[in-house]
Design a protein around this ligand. Structure first.
Ligand code: INI
Length: 190
């Protein structure tokens, strides 16, 4: 039998996508900086014009899951990191946005088999968010570590002989791009 454990160094260059919410960008830009710092110091080329990291900006956390899922379905990425900040004090939107983004990111990971890191802060106050985005620590760094670890771990598991993979859809690698590009079925004439 075996023990599977992700590592943090790249045997071969891996590709990552970062999905970042513009809402509360005072926070999300700091999370992004922490995330980039960690990736860079682990040998990842973070240049948006390079081969390893793509960036997608979305209006707010609510939109993150849709874009993360679509990126995962391309089969291009070893892991996707979602960065957002949902702050309770600001609006009653909080509960809806926080619930949808967390469920949506989990669903996108299950559906595609691509590790999708939940890097969305949900805090009561702006002060708490700032503390997690650089004042005390920067969780952006931790989210990047999770992406490095999970991309390694999933790579090991996906490399197993197929008899060990069972028939679980979520373990298929790469994810089926046809699901992303299949045109909507026409109902005319039926
Ligand atoms: N988006 C966030 O990322 N954080 C929030 O705190 C937030 N609040 O509180 O409203 C928020 N709302 C915007 C939402 O994510 C969507 O972009 C918007 O509803 C359009 O769909």
């Amino acid at each position: 039998m075996a023990v599977f454990e992700g590592n943090f160094h790249q045997g071969s260059p891996r590709r990552f996508a970062l999905v970042i919410g513009r809402f509360n960008d005072l926070i999300t830009e700091k999370l992004l900086a922490g995330c980039q710092d960690c990736l860079k110091r682990h040998g990842v080329d973070i240049n948006p014009h390079g081969d390893q990291v793509d960036y997608a900006w979305v209006p707010g956390s609510f939109e993150i899951p849709m874009v993360a899922r679509q990126l995962a379905l391309t089969g291009r990425y070893n892991a996707i990191i979602c960065l957002g900040a949902v702050i309770k004090g600001q609006t009653p939107h909080f509960d809806y946005v926080a619930a949808e983004v967390s469920k949506g990111i989990a669903a996108a990971g299950f559906q595609t088999g691509v590790p999708i890191v939940f890097g969305v802060l949900t805090t009561d106050t702006l002060q708490q968010a700032l503390e997690r985005a650089g004042i005390k620590s920067n969780l952006g760094w931790n989210y990047a570590m999770s992406a490095l670890e999970m991309s390694s771990l999933m790579g090991q598991i996906q490399a197993l002989p197929s008899e060990s993979q069972g028939s679980l859809v979520g373990t298929v690698s790469p994810p089926l791009p046809s699901a992303a590009v299949a045109p909507a079925q026409s109902t005319s004439g039926t």
